[in-house]
Design a protein around this ligand. Structure first.
Ligand code: ZN
Ligand code: MN
Length: 479
């Protein structure tokens, strides 16, 4: 009999808060925009002795909004602690963080995993400052202080994940909600969201956890998946050979897909946490919390579920629309006017997104040359059969390239289909009278010739009328 093992995963996610200035000084917090190293720096964030930190209120507000996007316990009084460590990425050999009393306590994040709604519990969320950035070049190390003192939220989950799909869907949801609330751009490529992966295994059914390992700063969803798979295999191999797992920090090399031990428990850092002497307890007033609540928006996951249940959109479409909050805002606006969820969705996902993708400039949905109202007009015309769906694409292309307004484009390009039944019937009658031979053919042998009549009618109307209507009238008259 083989013993079955299960894996348990806990995540620590660092998310960079996009405040205008850094956490404890008035330097610009524009890490992504800094065009050269060491331009957004001052004595505070460079760790000069005797410099006093001053907590940035915007950081607190944004951090709080990030936490409150889901139901959570807000700690109206929280504290900062000093975490001492001697690694060359910290100017003052410590980090200011919140260990004992973080700003946000228990919290949960909802996610859809393979169509199933799941809820994952977060142990707490705290605020802390980022370290500086080291770049190793040959035998030298270059130091960039631009990032030093940037504000971070650290989201620490309970060991609630049992597989990589759950973990990644959770991370995607965190990323989306941070973006939706304008708390962070959470771009993993740019280091705005980084993830530590803790993993342990145990025999199925056993309550007690075995030793866990930690992989620090895993920086893509794909890497998280790979780390979990590879670390599970590694631990399983050791356990099956009756070995024991060392509690250690491991380093993941994404190029080779392997991990190596960085430090074990014996030489683990002693952080010597103690209350930060230079900062007062952080006290949030009721007004401050109420004010922050005004910035909360509907969760991307709730939108996605609503699109599936209320609008009956396809799984893929609902996911695509809510992957980018601005895109789903656009859909919301369009739907509000058209009340046609399916068409609103398909005009965005198949036509607009294709145009955006094909265009040479980097265009966002928020900087199109026309308002959603114009697409609504197009959809409306299509629904009234005044514009064919093929031609509707042309209209949107024109809007996309040159702006202007849908109604005028339709007329300027002569695309409006006329639907005046009496006039259509006259044309049909004429076509039938002028093609008696074909009428006989159609009735006796060749039903395919039907399209000849449709074509004749379209030709007689110079393409201005709706082929669908001709189709109907012809069917009736030819019997
Ligand atoms: Zn500074
Ligand atoms: Mn941290």
């Amino acid at each position: 009999m083989t013993i079955k093992y299960e894996k348990t995963i806990g995540l620590e996610v660092h998310v960079r808060i996009k405040s205008a200035t850094k956490m404890f000084c008035s330097c610009k917090n524009a890490v992504a925009l800094a065009w050269e190293p060491n331009i957004n720096i001052c004595p505070i964030c460079s760790g000069f002795p005797g410099m006093l930190p001053a907590l940035n209120e915007e950081v607190v507000r944004l951090g709080l909004i990030g936490g409150m996007m889901m139901w959570c316990e807000v700690n109206q009084i929280s504290n900062f602690d000093r975490k001492s460590y001697y690694y060359p990425d910290s100017p003052n050999a410590f980090q200011i963080t919140q260990l004992y009393n973080p700003i946000v306590g228990k919290w949960s994040v909802k996610a859809l995993v393979n169509g199933e709604e799941k809820e994952f519990w977060i142990h707490h969320m705290h605020l802390e400052n980022d370290a500086w950035k080291l770049t190793h070049v040959w035998s030298k190390t270059l130091i960039d202080f631009n990032r030093a003192g940037s504000p971070l939220m650290e989201i620490v989950t309970d060991p609630v994940f049992t597989n990589e799909e759950d973990a990644v869907e959770f991370l995607r949801e965190v990323q989306k909600l941070m973006r939706a609330a304008w708390v962070s751009d959470a771009d993993m490529d740019k280091g705005q969201m980084r993830c530590d992966v803790n993993l342990s295994i145990r025999p199925e059914g056993q309550e007690e956890f075995w030793m866990r390992t930690e992989h620090k700063n895993v920086n893509s969803f794909w890497a998280v998946t790979r780390v979990i798979k590879s670390e599970y295999k590694r631990q399983l191999k050791i356990i099956e050979a009756w070995g024991e797992i060392d509690q250690e920090t491991r380093w993941w090399d994404d190029d080779t897909g392997t991990s190596t031990s960085q430090r074990t428990k014996e030489n683990a850092m002693d952080y010597r946490y103690f209350p930060e002497p230079d900062l007062l307890p952080l006290e949030l007033s009721d007004e401050f919390i109420e004010e922050a609540k005004k910035s909360l928006v509907e969760l991307p996951i709730d939108r996605r579920i609503r699109y599936l249940n209320d609008h009956k959109l396809q799984e893929d479409d609902a996911r695509l629309l809510t992957a980018d909050y601005e895109l789903s805002n656009y859909f919301e606006k369009l739907f509000e006017i058209t009340k046609d969820a399916k068409k609103s969705c398909s005009y965005i996902t198949t036509i607009l997104l294709a145009l955006i993708k094909d265009s040479e400039d980097e265009i966002k949905i928020t900087d199109l040359k026309f308002q959603p109202e114009e697409i609504a007009t197009v959809i409306n015309l299509v629904n009234k059969d005044e514009l064919s769906s093929t031609n509707s694409k042309l209209v949107i292309e024109e809007l996309f390239n040159n702006g202007w307004n849908a109604d005028e484009i339709v007329d300027a390009k002569n695309l409006r289909q006329k639907n005046d039944t009496a006039a259509l019937e006259t044309i049909v009658d004429e076509v039938i009278a002028n093609n008696t031979k074909q009428v006989v053919d159609y009735k006796w042998w060749n039903e395919n010739i039907f399209w000849f009549f449709v074509w004749q009618c379209m030709k007689a109307s110079r393409g201005q009328w709706n082929p669908k209507l001709f189709n109907e009238i012809l069917k009736k008259k030819l019997g």
